[in-house]
Design a protein around this ligand. Sequence first.
Ligand SMILES: Nc1ncnc2c1ncn2[C@@H]1O[C@H](COP(=O)(O)OP(=O)(O)OP(=O)(O)O)[C@@H](O)[C@H]1O
Length: 240
Amino acid sequence: MLEIKHLSKTYKGGKKAVSDLSLNIEAGDIYGFIGHNGAGKTTTIKCAVGIIDFEEGEIFIDGHSIKDEPVKCKSLTAYIPDNPDLYEHLTGIQYLNFIADVFAVSQEERTKRIQKYADIFELTSALGDLISSYSHGMKQKLAVISALTHHPKLLILDEPFVGLDPEASFKLKEIMRELCQEGSAIFFSTHVLDVAEKLCNKIAIIKNGCLVTAGKTEELTHGQSLESVFMEVVGHVETD
Ligand SMILES: Nc1ncnc2c1ncn2[C@@H]1O[C@H](COP(=O)(O)OP(=O)(O)OP(=O)(O)O)[C@@H](O)[C@H]1O
């Protein structure tokens, strides 16, 4: 579903953030992406969702190249950044309808999904309020609901659990599992290793822009905790 082949990204100014990184996220995968601060997770994610350009490598979503068919790729993908920047002058429901319009979701489907997910995240009563009045967590919940409104084949999340209360985190994990059972693929970055270990069937570890290891969670951990594996393979890094 998401195929990253030999990706390299150097920012203006010469910082090489990602180096020859390859990953394959298949339908049904909940794929965790972990690494130290500045390891290159967000950069990889932004390349995968077509927000930033990259000079080397290829990225395919459901077989379509992000460089050659960006609109097709984006129509299959939902991306939730670590700090969702939503249209503050819209109400929650206006925003959800806007996203549903962009993704051409039928009236019937959007009503059903908005109702379902707004109820799950207890945001229904706030949908008529301006987004500018929302707390950080409420904005995150709205971003999650907007992503689910178009039932993406590929869901990419950057640090999805930061800022969510324990109940919302629990519900999001349930929904992630449900989505994957229905054949979607999920790729997300996190620093919460316990969550990654329990939730993900596959995990990739990145260090200084390079992939250190990737594969099935149980094969990676071999009965150890993910935390000890992480400390072993990443060890001490100087971040800039
Ligand atoms: N716009 C930019 N311009 C120049 N350098 C950047 C830019 N964005 C990120 N970097 C650098 O690229 C490297 C990778 O950053 P990135 O944000 O991808 O890391 P990350 O793994 O997501 O980190 P964190 O866990 O702290 O969010 C870092 O050294 C960072 O300083």
